[in-house]
Design a protein around this ligand. Sequence first.
Ligand code: LLP
Length: 465
Amino acid sequence: MTTATPQSLPDQTPGQILPLTATRDAAGRLCVAGCALPDLAAAYGTPLYLYDQATLDGMAAAYQAALAATYPADWEVAYAGKAWLSTTLARWAAARGLGLDVVSAGELAIARQGDFPAERIHFHGNNKTQAELAAALAAGVGRIVVDHAGELAAVDALARAQGRRQPIWLRINPDVAVDTHGHTRTGHAGSKFGLALADGTAEATALHALRLEGVELRGLHCHIGSQFRAAEPLALAVQRLLELAARLRDLAGWRLAELSPGGGWAVPYLADQAAGLPAIGAYVATVAQEVAAGCRQRGLALPRLVLEPGRSLAARAGVAVYTVGAVKQTGAVTYLFIDGGLADNPRPALYQARYSALLANRLSAERPQRVHVAGPYCETGDVLIQDIDLPPVQAGDLLAVPASGAYQLSMASNYNAALRPAVVWLAAGEAHLVQRRETVADLLAREATPGLTFGPDAAEADRWP
Ligand code: LLP
């Protein structure tokens, strides 16, 4: 546990979806951390992603303060890097005393390049390759979160070959369904993640792990889903994990040293989605009290409690900035075309996620009109926002999309050979380019030129055998 440096806690006013530092200047331009978005767009181009450090600080502090206040033993907040990871983010997370979840050799490499301490890294994933497990061991990651029996054997063999004992957690499937989009539910029976509790697989695998020399079973983990708004299903999952821990104590004298009930807490993407969503502090308190009470009831010593927020740390800190290219009337529908969309944010297409947008370069008193905000990609589903009321805009106007900090850039693609956006980190009134925009040269750098020849004769022969 690391004590958080004093930071302001995030503004919990319902409907807050812009970064904590968002303001309008006298000219009506949207600013984040004192930087005017039109200036940033001019300097770095669009689509542009902005990260506000003050908001990241506030969110991390909200988690840390809530755990310190409500959990009477050791704890850790481990950022789930899949939400968005860069070397700068890794450096920031290290400085804030966070742990870090990674799920691939790529994320591990980014974290290490950002000097993130290996012992505070947890390596997740349901199908880690031998190469990834070897990389994890070579880096000295703190925990490997084992998903299934085959992986347990692989970690054990690799560690024994090096004369080491790798600390592990087991990922448990507690068979709990949360209320969220089906694609982001991960703890129900039939999910591809984790060891099933109900049929005894989890218990048998844990007992087996305790007999292995290459691994040290330190804890149990579950992650039941993402973007859920009520903690009750998580409380049930926690009780099921503690029940397993108590059985393992009774059967094998094992002590649960660490417990991670994952992440998954929701964020509002639209102002009206904040209604009824408990604050981070309330969610953390529920989990902390559930763990403490469940342990007391079963006579278990309190484990180190590890929470793994991704979205709720990063989403609100991020703003995507786009330039309007054209406005097009098609029948009854008005399309507002912007220079990004599906390629940098597949979430509307994948999860029917809804977003809002603001005019960023000026304020307008004109009557809003109903429009669809669509990107340039060759896909009917490339509609970033369906049905939004915006003041009349014209080519060259800038749109800012709040709550863009999680699972957008990390899921961005090169569809249509799109170039992934630049990322600018905003802190104390200063802008720092932390990821440059991808270039055509980056795309071409992957192309290989083997000695294939495609003579006209061969092509003719194929067509007319
Ligand atoms: N821990 C584990 C083991 C996870 O698998 C995840 C997310 C987290 C923590 C963090 O969850 P969060 O606090 O960010 O909800 N692409 C989807 C979200 C997938 C989440 C996958 N696992 C989306 O855009 O909604």
